[in-house]
Design a protein. Structure first.
Lengths: 250, 645
């Protein structure tokens, strides 16, 4: 265990209407065992004690599953470590006297609402357009009535691991939400229960994505690299196939 | 006793729920549209209830404090969900699941509620599969099961180490479908501030918009709380940072009784505490106890050498290790229930055998890896191992995990009757927020089961029995004096908090509360400590109201204000927990009173005096609350000492 000093440049913005700017801060003697957000807690405690405004950022589970946290750290969504969310990033990834720049997600679909917090409700709206299987509660068959191959179930699970954090959008130069959309379309298309609505679902979700101000996918693959859950761009290919089928039917 | 009517239906245990449904009142389809239902919470309980009520045709308003319903704390559940499917053919049944739950809860839950829970459990798995939840499967294509503590059968369904995530995303999908149809209106980043009662019935809520800061009212013919547990009283817990007890506390102050506040679950397998900067504790799923073996060094010298970095755990041979759960409880071994496993870890550490800071034991996969191969372990627990490595920088495939108990779940909560209605007519409580099914200790994989049972299959029925004569009640205007009065009280509360302008941050005060609770109302409790806790909490309350500092202003986003509002309630709730623990002079489940144990250190219940739920009634600010007893009658089960040996 060691303690390090770091210099921070943090995006501060009063509310969605205001123009923001960077502010500089220093945090001294922070344990490398602490998480990145715990470092932010220490900084906030310092700011409060000095009579200043603490920095607002979103977080909840602090274990990489709720998708609420998301900071753009030194030019990378969720920071320098691979396969982690911001809350899982640890200070041992940094060295003494490092400079760290922290920004919110920047994308047309995700307006900043304060400091490092953005509005990601567009993701909910995309899923409301069809990211589900149309069944009501009750009256469904026995869970073992339809066998599903282990491989399909595993692949569906890979896709279903998406936490809706938005790192893919923040990373994409077009601010496209294709990886996010494809994860849900692919999960449900792989399972017999979801197959039935697969192409309709793809079409509706993509059109919602377009309407909500996200860009088009130009296959740069940057999203896959920064996705904390390792969602593969292969799902985008499956989404495109479903979309083609939908258009052929029209 | 007149105050508490549990409304358990008559008849044989196995017929009660069927009889209830056969005879209850329903609301006809055209009238459903005229009825507004408020559901607060979008975890497993809230999302499943809101979606199901929307499907039935009610007009639902659903609230959560996060930016999306999908982020409710349920998302973090790892290990699995129980059901009595008996797919493995290992002797499971509805009765056995019921029995294990009552026994696991140390005979402090209601038979009627628990039997119903076991009865509807199978439908949850069917529903999940129909929604496209990718549960783990065997090569033949059928569903796989694993074992959890407190059971001798394999009845736990799972989706890797992300079962809560997948179940919640299933419910969230159903919710999204209703939102798109307009039957559910979703309010995100909105916090419940008060419950509004008009002519004796719950008729709405007052909320604070966390983005604009605006305090607003919402009418409902009925109000459902699905706001989760209050484990964050302890500051450090496995709960999400925003999990809070405020909704249940506001309900308590408005006349809803609080059941068994002292029943808290301490989970045996969490990553140990590292330092004061620590903000939360991370759970390592109980499922790991299927294949991991728990031990500490058998000799104190070895424990000390390991603590000082002179020895590594891998250096110790099997005979130099004390597999204390296997030694003490040969029948259940590493799969004893959580309360038993937690206390056993504390006992070893207090006796000087702990590793690392002295407050840690090992969870070792060496034998499982040798038996099954690394790839099988990776498939079963890969994401948990990765999570562990990211946090601790140690590779659990090579060196044993270090774990210690942590606050995890609250069995106590708002008192409800068989219909899940609180003591306030029209106010319901479901999921972890209520006190109903787990007695003094919850078995692993049973919270997900209970949340979804309540939300999909119980509340959508029982709430209709209440609402059947409510369609003639016209939607009320939110300008009514009852709403305005409550809004004014909340605005005053906010102004008061903002106006303190002291010199202590919310977190520093919350940490102080956490230390008091952990030291005196934690894993081992005694009369002196509990009385100390009550005193110290009283002092802390004074300090809070005198010395709190909230920067910024009340309009717009103010995260410190949000935390302060929750902490004000936690402080009062902590006091009630200590009082309840003090009165319960026995050890049962998660509640361990040091004065009441066997010579071997096992918990000693006192059924003659304490076979009841302790149900607390609020009597006003600075008044002593009153405790009512709901006697528990066991008709079906023979009450025994819990034995896992
Ligand atoms: C790390 C972890 C792992 C777990 N693993 C398992 C497991 O494997 N199996 C198992 O059975 N159980 C497990 N549990 C327990 C289980 O996850 C919870 O008990 C359960 O998910 C609670 O669900 P709920 O719907 O009652 O509440 P929650 O999921 O906590 O949801 C609460 C909801 O209420 C809202 N809310 C709260 N307060 C307010 C307020 N004041 N105003 C407005 N909205 C509010 C929140 O926004 C949220 O939507 C685990 C728990 C943890 C912490
Ligand atoms: S696809 Fe990956 S990066 Fe995008 S929202 Fe999902 S988890 Fe986040
Ligand atoms: S806070 Fe939940 S994923 Fe980071």
């Amino acid at each position: 265990m060691a303690n390090i000093n770091i210099k921070l440049k943090v995006w501060r913005q009063k509310d969605s209407q205001s123009k923001g700017q960077f502010e500089a801060y220093e945090v001294k003697q922070i344990s490398t065992e602490s998480s990145f957000l715990e470092m932010m807690d220490v900084l906030n405690e310092q700011l409060i004690n000095d009579g200043n405004q603490p920095i607002s950022f979103d977080h909840d589970c602090r274990e990489g599953i709720c998708g609420m946290c998301g900071l753009y750290i030194n030019g990378r969504a969720h920071g320098p470590d691979l396969d982690v969310t911001t809350c899982q990033l640890h200070m041992r990834k940094f060295k003494d006297n490092d400079s760290i720049t922290i920004e919110p997600w920047r994308a047309g679909g995700f307006p900043v609402i304060k400091d490092l917090m953005v509005d990601r409700s567009a993701f909910d709206k995309i899923l409301q357009a069809g990211g589900f299987i149309s069944v009501n509660t009750g009256g469904v068959p026995d869970a073992n009535a339809i066998p599903i191959s282990k491989d399909d179930a595993e692949e569906a699970m890979d896709a279903a691991s998406c936490i809706g954090c938005g790192a893919c959008v923040a990373t994409c130069k077009n601010s496209s939400a294709m990886l996010f959309v494809s994860a849900k379309v692919s999960q449900l298309a792989l399972l017999p229960q979801g197959r039935i609505e697969a192409s309709r679902r793809a079409k509706n979700m993509l059109s919602a994505m377009d309407d909500l101000g996200f860009g088009n996918c130009t296959n740069t693959g940057a999203c896959e690299v920064e996705c904390p859950k390792g969602i593969s761009v292969a799902h985008i290919a499956r989404l495109n196939r479903e979309f083609l089928v939908a258009n052929l039917k029209d | 006793m007149t105050k508490l009517n549990s409304k358990i239906p008559k008849g044989a245990l196995k017929d009660k729920w069927t009889n209830y449904k056969d005879h209850q009142n329903l609301v006809n389809p055209t009238n459903k549209r005229k009825i507004d239902i408020i559901v607060v919470g979008t975890g497993l309980a809230g999302a499943s209830a809101a979606a199901s009520l929307g499907e039935l045709g009610f007009n639902v308003k659903n609230f959560c404090y996060q930016d999306s319903p999908r982020r409710a704390h349920s998302i973090a559940a790892q290990g699995g969900i129980n059901a009595a499917k008996n797919y493995p053919n290992d002797g499971d049944s509805v009765y056995r699941l019921f029995y294990d739950t009552i026994k696991g809860g140390d005979y402090r839950a209601r038979e009627g509620n628990v039997y119903r829970l076991a009865e509807v459990s199978n439908s949850i798995i069917d529903q999940g599969v129909a929604q496209g939840i990718p549960f783990a499967r065997e090569y033949g294509g059928l569903l796989d099961n694993r074992s959890f503590g407190g059971a001798q059968v394999s009845r736990t369904f799972y989706a890797r180490g992300q079962t809560g995530q997948q179940l919640l995303l299933g419910a969230y999908g159903a919710l999204n479908r209703q939102i798109s149809k307009g039957t559910v209106k979703m309010y995100t980043r909105t916090e419940l501030m008060d419950i509004v009662i008009i002519e004796g019935k719950a008729r709405g809520i007052v909320t604070r918009n966390l983005v604009t800061g605006k305090v607003e009212s919402h009418f409902g013919h009925a109000v459902v709380l699905a706001t989760g547990g209050y484990g964050n009283v302890f500051f450090l817990s496995t709960n999400a940072m925003g999990s809070n007890g405020s909704a249940a506390w506001k309900a308590y102050k408005k006349g809803a009784f609080f059941g068994n506040p002292c029943y808290v679950q301490i989970h045996p397998t969490c990553i140990p505490v590292h330092g004061e900067f620590q903000s939360k504790l991370t759970l390592m799923s109980e499922s790991l106890r299927n294949d991991g073996r728990i031990w500490v060094p058998a000799k104190k010298e070895d424990a000390q050498a390991i603590r000082e970095g002179k020895k590594r755990p891998e250096d110790l041979k099997d005979e130099e290790r004390d597999f204390y759960l296997e030694r003490r409880y040969p029948a259940f071994g590493n799969l004893v229930p959580r309360d038993v496993a937690s206390r056993a870890a504390k006992e070893r550490c207090d006796a000087g055998f702990g590793v690392e800071t002295g407050q840690a034991v090992y969870l070792d996969f060496k034998d499982a890896i040798a038996r099954l191969g690394k790839s099988v372990i990776e498939e079963r627990y890969g994401n948990l191992f990765q999570m562990y490595e990211k946090i601790t920088d140690e590779n659990p495939y090579e060196t044993p995990m270090k774990i210690y108990p942590a606050i995890h779940y609250t069995m106590g909560g708002t008192w409800v009757d068989y219909e899940l209605m609180t003591s306030v007519p029209g106010l319901f409580s479901i999921g972890e927020a209520n006190f109903s099914d787990h007695g003094a200790n919850r078995l692993g994989a049973s919270a997900l089961m209970q949340g979804l049972a309540d939300g999909y299959f119980v509340l959508p029925y029982t709430i209709q029995n209440y609402l059947s004569d409510q369609h003639s009640v016209k939607r009320m205007n939110e300008d009514l004096p009852e709403f305005k009065k409550s809004e004014e009280e909340i605005n005053n509360l906010i102004d008061k908090l903002m106006g303190i302008k002291g010199n202590r941050s919310v977190d520093s005060l919350h940490k102080e509360l956490g230390h008091i609770m952990w030291d005196y109302v934690g894993m081992a409790r005694n009369e002196k400590g509990l009385k100390t806790a009550i005193e110290k909490i009283k002092e802390l309350k004074v300090e809070f109201w005198k010395n709190l500092r909230i920067p910024g202003d009340k309009n717009g986003i103010n995260l410190e204000l949000e935390k302060a509002i929750r902490l004000a309630d936690f402080i009062e709730l902590g006091d009630l927990m200590a009082r309840d623990a003090l009165l319960r002079e026995e050890s049962c489940g998660g509640h361990f009173r040091e004065e009441h144990q066997t010579p071997e250190g096992e918990a000693l219940r006192n059924d003659d005096k304490f076979m009841h739920a302790s149900v607390w009634e609020y009597k006003g600010e600075n008044e002593e609350p009153e405790m009512h007893k709901e006697t528990l009658d066991y008709e079906e089960i023979e009450v025994k000492a819990r034995n896992y040996k």
